[in-house]
Design a protein around this ligand. Structure first.
Ligand SMILES: Cc1cc2nc3c(=O)[nH]c(=O)nc-3n(C[C@H](O)[C@H](O)[C@H](O)COP(=O)(O)O)c2cc1C
Length: 384
């Protein structure tokens, strides 16, 4: 049986237990972070925010970069392809005078496999151009001052274009406080299994803390990942979709306590209602009831609630209607163990990764004008 890990240090921030909520576009907004945080300790990262949008004063980017008053530490993930954009965005984020208050941690996205991102040299395509990677991390670290900057990446673009070890060394040399590795290439998207041996390789290769990511579906997986790879902490994504209580289990596991009994349907329904409350506070009722629809299926996965209720929840038009529908469920139903490891969220399997023409041939070429090529980052919602 694995032993619990030590607290994780990200610059001046102590993360105890060493658990990080993965940035997930369209999911890890204030409402979801608050709900997860209520269940256990850890670092709760924002959705990905486009650096360019932030700098240009885009309303949606600013909205995504906002934090609740009780959120501490404030952790944000930035996406960008040009060092100057990242520098400007980081300066805004760490500015004491900023209306929203300053952030405490900045993560840089070098793992997004979405075609509309890689096609422009961003996300998981970017580390192939190691000089640009170094310039971006350096710009972020210099602008961040005492706010720690971390890097999140994948194994590489595909099996022929592996970047994670170089990325780790560059991140370390340029002053990043930690690096998170999702054990898949961009080509793999979310298919197959994450290769945890790459996480162990990265732990060997660098001295900064390595965070392991990929396929932690239940608390035991996190302990196993730490034991097998030596990583300093874990990043949990899809495992907590519809299961904010996974953070309670993770805390128990890392503290060596028994894993609590999973919630009954009644408790799950209460969490779903809480989630909707948080979304209403954030977006107002109309948007919130649309937003909650994507979560409902994840919360109710495996519970025998019937197709009719699922359908009606998927078309729900108001908070009152949602509450009425949930009031009809059998609150005593036990959690369906058979779905514990069932995949949720992104499940897309392997597909070729589009990159700018000539990108793979000339790794050293520094003159790519990605600012011109890059999409409006704020419109990127498919994440990493
Ligand atoms: C809905 C969704 C949105 C995501 N958005 C982001 C993102 O904005 N930034 C990022 O670095 N990764 C993003 N990811 C990837 C996750 O952070 C994580 O690396 C990946 O899901 C693997 O971890 P898991 O197996 O625990 O889910 C996203 C994943 C999902 C499922």
């Amino acid at each position: 049986m694995a032993t619990a890990a030590a607290p994780l240090s990200i610059g001046p921030i102590t993360v105890d237990p060493p658990v990080v909520l993965a940035p997930m576009a369209g999911v890890t907004n204030v409402a979801f972070r608050r709900l997860c945080r209520r269940h256990g300790g850890g670092l709760y990262v924002s959705e990905m925010v486009g650096a360019r949008g932030l700098v240009e004063g885009d309303r949606r980017a600013a909205f995504k970069a906002a934090f609740g008053p009780e959120e501490s530490p404030r952790s944000i993930q930035l996406y960008g392809v040009e060092p100057f954009e990242i520098r400007d965005a980081v300066e805004l984020l760490v500015d004491d005078g900023d209306e929203g208050g300053r952030v405490d941690h900045i993560d840089l996205n070098f793992g997004c496999p979405a075609p509309k991102v890689t096609r422009h040299g961003g996300g998981a395509a970017l580390p192939w151009h190691i000089g640009r990677l170094a310039a971006i991390v350096t710009a972020a670290v210099e602008a961040a001052g005492d706010v720690p900057v971390t890097v999140k990446t994948r194994i590489g673009i595909d099996d022929d274009h592996v970047t994670y070890l170089d990325t780790g060394r560059v991140a370390q040399d340029c002053g990043a406080a930690a690096i998170a590795l999702h054990g898949r290439t961009a080509q793999q998207r979310y298919g197959g299994h994450a290769d945890w041996t790459t996480i162990a390789d990265l732990v060997e290769a660098v001295d900064i803390p390595v965070l392991g990511n990929g396929d932690i579906w239940e608390a035991g997986d996190a302990l196993e990942m730490v034991a097998r790879t030596g990583c300093a902490g874990v990043v949990v994504g899809r495992g907590c979709l519809g299961r904010p209580w996974l953070f309670r289990d993770l805390e128990a596991a890392f503290r060596g306590r028994p894993i609590p009994i999973p919630p009954s349907l009644g408790e799950v329904a209460d969490m779903l209602a809480d989630h909707l409350d948080g979304l209403v506070e954030l977006f107002g009722e109309d948007v919130a009831v649309r937003e909650i629809r994507k979560h409902t299926g994840w919360y109710l996965q495996g519970f025998p609630v019937g197709g009719d209720l699922r359908r009606r929840l998927n078309q729900v038009g108001s908070v009152d209607e949602f509450a009425t529908l949930l009031a009809g469920v059998d609150r005593s139903l036990a959690f369906p163990e058979e779905v514990r490891r069932a995949k949720r969220g992104h499940t897309t399997s392997a597909r070729k990764v589009p990159v700018p023409h000539g990108w793979l041939e000339d790794r050293e070429e520094a003159d790519w004008d990605l600012a011109r090529l890059a999409p409006e980052a704020a419109a990127v919602v498919s994440g990493g």
